[in-house]
Ligand binder design. Structure first.
Ligand SMILES: [Zn+2]
Length: 456
């Protein structure tokens, strides 16, 4: 007997948490933060659906916070087992989790000062100290290594090609085989290698971030080059909000190649994200997982002026164009990039270039929807800058990529559960899987539990 319960990322993109249980063992696959809409973020404050100390181990697919970002709270609340992760994921989490705790503390401080919380004394979901403490629970596991989680409970990580260290999880729970895609990369990503193929499994849990979309068939470098030429030509500033991990590398790579080929003018590039700089060192150490040579990596980072101190970050807001600023966070939910958008967002000569998925409820999603003001640190900032989205820079498989990846499986799973997508994206993928492949597929509900021996 074994079961699977969807504790998050069901009918939404964030909060990946899957509970897999046998009669004797209880394993959590991913332990993410809910992000975006307040309605979802409020779930971060609810007690975990099962007692933290009743979970035997966590298997972590990758370091992005919507997959890893609740771990510090889980450990603080009594989880004492191991957190298994690939070495890339563990190293990136050592950067991302303490930073997340720091940002959550800042957020709580801000609402305390400005009374923007219902609570007299708003507390952070967890602190930087909680996050640092949770790092001691990490246990590094290589791809394809067998993990014995219990007498009849085994798992292994296989590459997912999404960001450095990103894994899919293949597990056997008391005779039922289950495959979690985690976040699935693309077959032809310029930075990461292709995801491992799907094997013969009973149950598949697949992401569907872009389940209702296909990335435009254009070359992301060409698209980025056109924006840079246009905006630099009018003396403007190009602000690129980028996820510190993964996106920054591919954007720098494209800019560097564009510069070498003479496709863009010589525009100063500033990388204002200390974490992105640290993350790049981790990428450099794991040469085997991505497609960038050591020489090209060095070239990429020579191109950008690295901004570390707060004073240097502030000075950028007085510098003016033409220039390119790459800074976190990617969905404008926090971080230094907010100050740059506040400084440069109102001038129509400038541009804000969105480079990744923008979850509903974030400032990035509002920009895409065409809002004319953004609320940043309690002020309404008029947005007159050009807003551009370069979807072809995505690190996620689109709906065609997912279908191709599924079609290559040796046999259909008994059931495919579609998660990690807004409802319209998940449902569109469900329809394609049903009609084009003839497979049984369903979008599970939040907190729904299923019997892995009789999935339906
Ligand atoms: Zn991800």
């Amino acid at each position: 007997m074994s079961s699977l319960q969807f504790l998050g990322a069901a009918e939404t993109v964030t909060g990946s948490r899957y509970l897999v249980e046998t009669d004797r063992d209880r394993i959590l696959v991913d332990c993410g933060l809910f992000q975006g809409y307040k309605l979802l973020r409020d779930r971060n404050r609810l007690p975990f659906p099962v007692p933290a100390d009743s979970i035997d181990a966590v298997l972590l697919t990758h370091a992005h916070l919507d997959h890893s970002g609740y771990l510090p709270a889980l450990v603080r609340d009594g989880f004492t087992g191991p957190i298994y992760a690939s070495s890339g994921t563990a190293e990136l989490c050592a950067l991302l989790l303490p930073d997340s705790g720091h940002l959550l503390e800042e957020e709580a401080d801000f609402s305390k000062k400005h009374g923007s919380s219902r609570h007299q004394n708003p507390r952070p979901v967890y602190t930087e100290a909680d996050a640092t403490a949770s790092l001691a629970s990490f246990r590094v596991k290589g791809f394809d290594e067998t993990l014995d989680l219990g007498e009849k409970f085994h798992a292994r990580f296989v590459p997912a090609g999404h960001i450095l260290g990103a894994s899919q999880v293949v597990l056997d729970a008391d005779g039922a085989s289950v495959h979690f895609t985690g976040d699935l990369g693309r077959a032809d990503d310029p930075l990461m290698r292709a995801p491992r193929a799907l094997g013969a499994v009973d149950v598949l849990v697949t992401e569907s971030t872009y389940g209702n979309r296909t990335h435009p068939g254009v070359d992301p470098a060409a698209e980025l080059g056109a924006v840079i030429r246009r905006v630099a030509g009018r003396g403007g500033v190009i602000v690129i909000p980028a996820f510190a991990v993964g996106r920054t590398e591919s954007i720098l790579l494209h800019i560097s190649r564009l510069g070498v080929s003479g496709a863009i003018p010589d525009v100063p590039v500033f990388l204002n994200s200390p974490m992105a700089v640290d993350a790049s060192e981790i990428y450099q150490r794991h040469q085997d997982e991505h497609r960038i040579s050591a020489d090209e990596f060095t070239e990429m980072y020579k191109l950008a002026t690295l901004v570390r101190t707060v004073d240097d970050s502030k000075a950028l807001n007085l510098r003016g164009g033409p220039m390119i600023i790459i800074s976190a966070s990617g969905m404008l939910s926090g971080g230094r990039v907010l100050h740059h958008v506040a400084a440069y967002g109102s001038d129509p000569r400038n541009a804000i270039v969105l480079s990744g998925y923008q979850a509903g409820g974030t400032r990035g999603a509002s920009l895409l929807a065409g809002v004319k003001t953004l609320r940043i640190y309690g002020r309404d900032i008029p947005i007159n800058a050009e807003v551009v989205q370069i979807e072809s820079l995505s690190a996620h498989a689109d709906s065609n990529d997912i279908l191709d990846w599924l079609r290559a499986a040796p046999r259909p799973p008994q059931m495919t559960y579609i998660t990690h997508g807004e409802l319209d994206a998940s449902d569109a993928l469900r329809v394609r899987i049903k009609h084009e492949l003839g497979w049984s597929a369903r979008v599970p509900e939040h907190l729904e539990s299923i019997d892995l021996n009789d999935p339906r």
